[in-house]
Write a protein that binds this ligand. Structure first.
Ligand code: PLP
Length: 408
């Protein structure tokens, strides 16, 4: 064991200035640090604690009554590792504030409870789990929910029939990748006294920042691109401090906080997010282009393809087109299963956004919980395969798809 003098903390050497708003997002997230230690580590330690001790009852009371800053209990969100993550997430989205959660569904449910109680109008396609939450839980609790297949201004205007409602959407949406005009939706929602929430999971903050387009809440399943390695389950919401406050109360009382260790792991993932997402974008575009002309494929849904209906809108509001695409195989369910089962490099697994490529059949996974009629109404067919394009060499992914398609 070393002597005490060798292990004692020394004042942190050569501390340079904090990241600034003028710096690029990659610089900011790599240097995002909220809490300094005195050992000179470039990154913060993990505060693996549920509670915090106080010198006396008077100081505890000052904190619990909000008269002094301080940490009290991790479930409340007052944990340095979680707060540092939230500061990083908010910076990536250009948001005033952010909250981290134990899962994407935790972030979505707390946000809907906090801001959707006067009624929720969903526009476009949604992740099946969100749809299930809305129809099986929120509607039975008496929260009015309306589903609009696309953004038709007249329909949205009549659905927003009282003030204080919430418009909710995904763009690009799961699994059709359909694109909505976020700026137009925000303007129309605000004109009717409603807020706009956008699930930004498929884009990631690198490719799209909904708040800068006028949205009020930007939500994420951090289990996808933010985590990026298929080993973290987490969620996030970014917004103004005013909008975040009521969501934080729901998080606290529903007990949806994530573990400090998970928060620290997610902070580590965020440092490589910009470079990972750029490579996901490049690989997905290469795969989409290669699949477009394949004789066994009916359609390729990817916002980066000029033929895709939402392409020009996506090019305006996004900085990149993302790492997910959907292919529709000629034939039906059996042909799609044959292709999925023949893939060797793509893993047959639900989820997306990891370094490894995944294939899944939306009707059997992400959209299994919604009825066949509803899937058909939304154009989600049994012959669709959703590809999450990872960071392998694009040529190997294309060769894998070609060999699987040749089995038909
Ligand atoms: N939003 C989208 C677009 C998703 O694809 C998912 C999960 O697949 C979720 C939200 C839910 O996230 P989580 O699984 O982290 O709860």
């Amino acid at each position: 064991m070393q002597s005490d003098s060798e292990t004692q903390p020394t004042p942190e050497p050569n501390i340079k200035s904090e990241p600034t708003q003028e710096q690029g997002k990659a610089t900011q997230i790599i240097h995002n640090r909220r809490h300094k230690d005195n050992f000179g580590s470039p990154y913060s330690p993990v505060y693996n604690t549920t509670t915090y001790r106080f010198p006396d009852t008077a100081s505890l009371q000052e904190v619990i009554e909000g008269r002094a800053p301080g940490n009290l209990y991790t479930r409340w969100g007052t944990n340095p590792s979680i707060q540092e993550l939230e500061q990083g997430l908010a910076g990536l989205e250009g948001a005033e504030d952010g909250l981290a959660f134990a899962s994407g569904m935790a972030a979505i449910s707390a946000s809907l409870f906090a801001h959707g109680r006067n009624g929720i109008v969903c526009v476009g396609d949604l992740y099946g789990g969100t749809q299930e939450l809305l129809t099986k839980h929120l509607e039975p609790l008496g929260i009015p929910v309306t589903f609009l297949l696309r953004h038709e201004p007249a329909q949205l205007a009549s659905a927003l029939n009282k003030p204080g409602m919430l418009v909710y959407c995904e763009s690009p949406a799961n699994p059709t990748l359909s694109i909505l005009n976020i700026r137009a939706l925000a303007q129309q929602s605000h004109a009717k006294g409603a807020l706009l929430a956008v699930d930004n999971t498929f884009a990631s903050p690198v490719n799209q920042r909904p708040l800068s387009l006028g949205a009020d809440l930007s939500l994420h399943s951090a289990s996808k691109f933010l985590g990026g390695h298929s080993d973290i389950t987490a969620g996030a919401v970014m917004a103004s401090a005013e909008r975040i406050k009521p969501i934080a109360l729901w998080r606290k009382n529903l007990g949806q906080i994530l573990a400090p260790e998970t928060a620290a792991l997610l902070s580590r993932s965020l440092r490589t997010l910009p470079v990972r997402v750029r490579q996901h974008n490049e690989n997905a575009l290469a795969v989409a282009r290669a699949m477009e002309s394949h004789p066994a494929i009916k359609r390729v849904l990817y916002p980066g393809l000029p033929e895709f209906p939402g392409h020009s809108l996506a090019a305006q509001q996004m900085d990149g087109f993302g790492g997910v695409l959907t292919i529709e195989i000629k034939g039906g369910r059996e042909q799609a299963i044959k292709v999925a089962d023949s893939l060797q490099v793509f893993l047959l697994a639900t989820s997306l956004g990891g370094v490894e490529s995944l294939v899944s059949q939306p009707c059997a996974t992400s959209h299994h919980g919604i009825s066949r009629e509803e899937r058909e109404r939304r154009g989600i067919t049994d012959s669709m395969l959703r590809l999450s394009v990872g960071l392998e060499d694009a040529k190997d992914l294309i060769a894998d798809l070609q060999q699987a398609l040749s089995q038909l």
